[in-house]
Write a protein that binds this ligand. Structure first.
Ligand code: NI
Length: 483
């Protein structure tokens, strides 16, 4: 993997989002990314399988008032991952067999009247490095969703190509003479489809493998210094550059800008005391809900409260970040919160640094919302190897009952799977991002309550048994079996 690739990948999740605005253009090559928790009602639209044999996951943000951008992002995701959001033919056969695709997003800007979102696709099912990225922009003045090239002034194309050719010359694998022609002829065709800015205002083009260099050189990054870049930018481009250098952390698109959400409470949640349940003496089951929180999580919390049931929520960090109040509510109700990574990639395909970043970023999101860091990790897809075990730093929790709810979207089937197969000590895998799954929960709770089950958190299921970091737990066989 070329050095340029490493920089790109590291920045996908690690770039600063809270650096103090700079007074003048600097030389940093760190891409500006932001986590706009200041936007009210920002939704993360996500969908995934949870099966290692056809692992796929994608998410994109839906910003209120930026419907055109949302539509563009949705279309981009569906083009790369046709199974996304479908209700049928979702899992592990035909075109979805052997899928191994994750699509991640980062905000490049989300303030003033400019929104920028970068989508990065990791497709491990084919040849090459499998990484491709693109950035999409929204101009709040025109309410238009536009491609990266809209950041560039109409009459600046030739100068831009020259500047990029200069920035790329001498990089490994870049064939100098041909580059200018290649970029020139491909410019409007979208090869320069991932433009962004550094925190110092420099213009960055991230070029997919084979675009500007010989394929073995991998991805290539070209950077045009800030002062030179400014002269090439359109009006939108200059506003985007300004937000990269001095983010205002307030979005002002729309006729009546939404007020920012109220500041989150900062005191740590004090959960209600757990009922005295000894799972060696009574029948216990741990219901676990993955991939949220999402649009149906609040409804699920109501259902669980009505049945006095505790559960475990393995949250995805980006969802936790933008639904912090909901995460707090989960904790206040006495449920356990576990770490399910930041963006749901197959961790076995990530570097050690990326694994730690996926987990620590989520840990921070949960801690911000509740005051407590999660103590359990569930790797997406249950995909694990020694590298994941070594870098998790926490006990790893899988499951013993798989509802496969993500595949079928069928409430009756989800309920029936649990009711007919569960035994004391089981850990049940359900996903609260699917309406059909949440709708199945009342039937599960009613049927198992009649059979004297207690609904406990994962930690309660293991009682006083200490769980060890790096060790995998799929059920508690020591739990009482009185069935
Ligand atoms: Ni999952």
């Amino acid at each position: 993997m070329a050095a340029a690739t490493l920089v790109v990948v590291a920045c996908l999740s690690a770039c600063s989002e809270s650096a103090a605005p700079q007074d003048s253009f600097g030389d940093s090559e760190e891409i500006r990314t932001v986590t706009p928790t200041w936007i009210s009602d920002l939704r993360i639209v996500g969908d995934s399988s949870d099966d290692e044999s056809c692992s796929w996951s994608a998410s994109y943000p839906a910003v209120p008032g930026a419907d055109a951008l949302t539509a563009t992002l949705r279309s981009a995701v569906e083009t790369r991952l046709p199974v996304f959001g479908r209700s049928e033919n979702r899992g592990c056969s035909g075109e979805t067999a052997n899928l191994d695709v994750d699509i991640d997003f980062e905000f490049l800007a989300a303030a003033g009247d400019v929104i920028g979102v970068q989508l990065t696709t990791f497709d491990y099912s084919g040849a090459g490095d499998g990484i491709s990225s693109a950035s999409y922009w929204f101009d709040g003045r025109t309410r238009q969703s536009v491609p990266s090239t809209a950041l560039i002034a109409e009459d600046a194309t030739d100068r831009l190509v020259t500047a990029f050719a200069k920035a790329l010359s001498g990089k490994a694998g870049v064939q100098g003479d041909g580059l200018k022609d290649a970029l020139g002829s491909e410019f409007r065709a979208g090869k320069l489809n991932d433009l962004s800015f550094t925190t110092g205002g420099a213009l960055v083009a991230d070029l997919d493998r084979g675009t500007a260099a010989v394929p073995p050189a991998g991805r290539v990054r070209a950077v045009i210094p800030a002062a030179e870049a400014t002269a090439l930018l359109s009006d939108l481009g200059r506003r985007a550059q300004e937000q990269a250098v001095r983010p205002t952390n307030r979005l002002t698109i729309g006729d009546t800008p939404a007020p920012p959400p109220p500041p989150a409470p900062t005191s740590p949640v004090t959960p209600p005391p757990a009922a005295e349940v000894n799972c060696q003496e009574v029948k216990c089951v741990a219901l676990t809900f993955d991939d949220g929180p999402g649009p149906f999580t609040a409804q699920l919390l109501d259902t669980l409260a009505q049945h006095d049931a505790r559960a475990t929520f393995f949250v995805v960090g980006q969802n936790a970040t933008y639904n912090a109040a909901l995460v707090r509510r989960v904790a206040e109700a006495g449920h356990e919160i576990g770490n399910h990574s930041w963006s749901h990639p197959d961790l076995t395909k990530q570097t050690e640094e990326q694994i730690r970043e996926q987990l620590s970023r989520t840990e921070q999101a949960v801690k911000t919302a509740t005051g407590h860091a999660p103590t359990l990790v569930r790797p997406p897809y249950g995909a694990m190897n020694d590298k994941v075990r070594a870098n998790a730093g926490k006990p790893l929790v899988l499951w013993s009952v798989d509802t496969e709810d993500w595949k079928f979207h069928d409430s009756a089937k989800v309920a029936q799977t649990v009711i007919s197969t569960v035994k004391p000590g089981d850990i049940v895998l359900i996903h609260d991002i699917h309406q059909t799954s949440v709708a199945a929960v009342p039937a599960i709770l009613n049927a198992l309550k009649e059979r004297d089950y207690h609904f406990v958190t994962t930690s309660q299921l293991f009682g006083t048994t200490p769980l060890a970091a790096g060790t995998t737990y799929s059920s508690n066989p020591a739990a009482a079996d009185r069935s």
